[in-house]
Design a binder for this molecule. Sequence first.
Ligand code: SF4
Length: 233
Amino acid sequence: MSIDLRHQQYLDVMGIQRWVRRDLIVDDDETDSHDASVVNDAGNIPLLDWEALQAQVAGCTACDLHRTRTRTVFGVGNKQAEWLVIGEAPGAEEDRQGEPFVGRAGQLLNAMLLAIGLRREQVYIANILKCRPPNNRDPSPEEVACCEPYLKRQVALLKPKIILAVGRIAAQNLLKTDTRIGALRGKRYAYADTGIPVVVTYHPAYLLRSPKEKRKAWQDLLYAQKMLADEKQ
Ligand code: SF4
């Protein structure tokens, strides 16, 4: 099977037609406690290797989410990956399995990555939060702040060439903004003080609810792919 044909099949899974012109697409927005007595020993986190970091996350009780989680969801993938995909927080299935982006949204993410020639095993996938917020509510600013040192250390260890922020929560927290996701798409940002480029796209769970937006996600992925290629030149 040719690469083009394989990509087209994944695009078909995503419901994407390649010939859609960007100038015809409407830009709609995606519509979508910290227990102060316990700390996550953030001072040590910048020194931890992958194994020690994962162990620290597994035992973390720094915010109240540890009380309701089934297991922590550290992250998964290739530790030499150029691409780091960052989502919001574990959902019910992720909380059960301990892996980010599983279930239907995970399958769609896999299809999206394959559409630009990336297998899931070639990227690293993590979330803003390592524990599931009850009832899939939005993470609180306190929870994000509490968990942020873990993600920062993952980024420092991985040294990705590009970060794909998927969904409003991931994008807004990574970029420290409350700008709507529709306005964040299609631009180059940098992660914290690292200079690592960040590109924003929609969350696959949102795309499952709003399939017409898959075309925009396809454009975002192409944009990120081109940016990475340009960075390498
Ligand atoms: Fe610790 Fe993060 Fe889980 Fe809160 S969400 S308990 S900071 S690992």
